[in-house]
Design a protein around this ligand. Structure first.
Ligand SMILES: *Cc1c(COP(=O)(O)O)cnc(C)c1O
Length: 232
């Protein structure tokens, strides 16, 4: 099969699964946004994905995002990886959403760089929902501290939450974490604070997006499921 045929077939399967998960949960599939995770994927295949209507791409390295940015027209970029503070200035004018904000230092730097270019940058807080030592993300109990600090960052808007669920044999085990994320999302939304406009619950990847949707995700980040296994 050609790359185009593979991507088309994979997308059909994903869309079917999204429909099924939505049906199960009583949700509309039009409410689910797919972010095409394009790390390590070449420009040609990213353009194919764009032809099929997915125009928002997730990258986890600043350098790689910069390399691709100029080669792909009419696309939006989300940063989804661990962002070093010294890289913020390179991507700040190129990203539609920074999904992986996991420290106060990073928030501070994003706010400063956004102020410099007179923009407001939407972000998600990355939550280490299963308290895994190996993972980035802020702990559930640290959230109030971040929300308090948000009030002073005038060039940032908190648009929601993101998580990477644990790697498990039985993906049903992740339902509990997705459910917890949804509850956190709803609780923050209810607070109705300045600089906070909760719109996106970004959870679910190739292995677990169906469960994530059943538990309330409205943004899923898929790489392998679209392009096949990555060659690092
Ligand atoms: C790589 C990556 C994904 C996509 O993972 P797949 O299993 O390939 O779908 C999603 N989110 C983040 C943060 C990633 O780094």
């Amino acid at each position: 099969m050609t790359d185009r045929e593979i991507i088309k077939k994979n997308l059909e399967e994903i869309n079917n699964n999204i429909e099924k998960a939505c049906l199960k949960a009583g949700r509309k599939s039009s409410d689910i946004q797919i972010i095409g995770v394009t790390k390590t994927i070449d420009i040609e295949r990213i353009n194919i994905l764009k032809d099929f209507g997915i125009k928002t791409f997730g990258e986890n390295k600043a350098q790689e995002l910069l390399e691709k940015y100029d080669s792909i027209q009419d696309a939006s970029w989300h940063f989804i990886g661990n962002l070093q503070t010294n890289k913020v200035k390179y991507i700040i004018d190129k990203v539609e959403l920074i999904q992986s904000v996991n420290s106060l230092k990073l928030l501070n730097e994003i706010n400063k760089r956004a102020f410099n270019i007179n923009k407001n940058i939407p972000i998600l807080l990355e939550i280490n929902i299963a308290n895994e030592p190996s993972k980035n993300g802020i702990k559930e109990e640290e959230i109030p501290f971040f929300l308090e600090n948000m009030q002073s960052f005038k060039n940032i808007t908190l648009n929601g939450l993101m998580c990477i669920a644990p790697f498990v044999e039985n993906i049903e085990q992740n339902a509990q974490y997705f459910r917890k994320m949804r509850k956190l999302f709803v609780d923050i939304k209810a607070k109705n604070k300045d600089n906070i406009n909760m719109r996106y619950l970004s959870m679910g990847m190739t292995n677990d997006y169906s469960i994530a949707i059943e538990e309330g995700a409205n943004m899923i980040r898929i790489g392998t499921g679209i392009f096949g296994k990555r060659n690092y």
